[in-house]
Design a binder for this molecule. Structure first.
Ligand SMILES: Nc1ncnc2c1ncn2[C@@H]1O[C@H](COP(=O)(O)OP(=O)(O)O)[C@@H](O)[C@H]1O
Ligand code: SF4
Ligand SMILES: [Mg+2]
Length: 337
């Protein structure tokens, strides 16, 4: 469980990642896709912060900025680990490599993220080799230890990815992310490519590893039903912005943003599973290269008032531990689950 009396492990302040867009024969740059646009959040050591939102809302981009697979366009990322405070957004060279050892990613697709020509030993051992952490017998021992932890067996070490099932491949991906003893793990849709029957096994494995190694997770998924299973707190993302952030139970039972309410209404109840997912709500997210001047959710919001067209709401505290970005949050009574 997270310890809220300490300084957060991670602080994200006004983070922006804008991708340039160019048009026409001369490919002139005409603007930006604002994939992440002014995100603020803290992550406490040992907690799982879930990030949920529809496809295209900027979740992957946010995760990739935090692990510095992307250089942010603006804003700050601060990480505190082992008594050190790092300005992640400014790291270069050796310091950046040292940071990347502590902040690892588990990717969605265990098929495309594993090299088909590398054995499990090579795949999981590569980060140790590249970072000069271990080689030879020592490397083999460390890899063996970690693959046993993730539920694989010693005889798997010399096999190639094609001989494994989807769930086993994701276990390999998890072993690779864990082998360097990271502090922070960004899990980006780690079960979205897997059969529903396998998903719970992988989620439970992630929870076990978190306990064992005191890991902090940023857990990204488009599926509220998955995020709610693993998270201590949940952040809801829409069109590159956080629209709500709060403790899981509070967010589920008393949503404060109309988009959160819509996401919760779409969580399939047991009786509806066979009929498939219901739609989140009518309409499309805004064009990220041409955002509205008011609230990003205005075109789909059934509560929208005049002010919503004119002014963009900002994320602000509401209640004891929650944050919301909606002009009308105090006056709405929204339906939870
Ligand atoms: N490398 C890129 N270049 C240009 N646009 C991108 C790039 N990566 C993502 N985008 C755009 O940014 C938006 C957010 O994408 P992404 O972070 O992948 O969302 P999510 O993970 O929530 O589905 C999308 O509109 C996507 O098309
Ligand atoms: S600010 Fe207005 S449009 Fe945006 S979510 Fe709140 S009520 Fe809806
Ligand atoms: Mg994504």
């Amino acid at each position: 469980m997270a310890n809220h009396t300490q300084e957060p492990l991670l602080e994200v302040r006004d983070l922006k990642k804008w991708f340039p867009v160019s048009k026409g024969f001369l490919q002139r740059q005409t603007g930006f896709v604002k994939a992440v646009d002014g995100v603020n959040l803290d992550v406490q050591a040992g907690e799982t912060l879930g990030i949920v939102g529809e496809s295209g809302s900027g979740k992957t981009t946010l995760g990739r900025c935090i692990t510095r697979l992307y250089m942010p366009t603006g804003g700050k990322i601060i990480m505190r680990a082992d008594g050190e405070t790092m300005d992640v957004s400014a790291l270069k060279g050796k310091e950046l490599s040292a940071f990347r050892k502590r902040a690892q990613t588990i990717f969605q697709d265990p098929y495309s993220s594993l090299n088909p020509r590398m054995t499990v030993l090579q795949t999981v051992g590569e980060p140790l080799l590249v970072n000069n952490v271990a080689k030879g017998k020592e490397l083999e021992d460390r890899v063996t230890e970690i693959i046993l932890q993730v539920g694989l067996r010693v005889e798997h070490l010399q096999r190639y990815p094609h001989s494994f099932s989807g769930g086993q491949r994701q276990r390999i991906g998890i072993a690779r992310a864990m082998v360097l003893n990271p502090k922070l793990v960004v899990a980006d849709e780690p079960v979205s490519a897997l059969d529903v029957s396998i998903q719970a096994q992988i989620l439970n494995l992630l929870l076990d590893l978190q306990q064992k190694y005191q890991l902090t997770y940023l857990f990204i998924s488009h599926a509220m039903s998955v995020v709610r299973y693993v998270s201590d707190r949940i952040a809801v993302m829409y069109a590159g912005k956080l629209v709500e952030l709060g403790p899981k139970q509070e967010l589920l039972s008393h949503p404060k943003h109309p988009y959160t309410e819509a996401l919760l209404a779409a969580v399939p109840k047991t009786s509806q599973r066979k009929r498939g997912m219901r739609l989140v709500s009518a309409g499309e997210p805004p064009d990220l290269a041409n955002l509205p001047k008011g609230c990003v959710f205005v075109s789909r919001c059934k509560y929208a008032a005049e002010i919503c067209q004119e002014q963009a709401p900002v994320l602000r505290p509401l209640g004891s531990d929650s944050f919301v970005s909606c002009h009308l949050a105090e006056s709405l009574t929204l339906q939870g689950i």
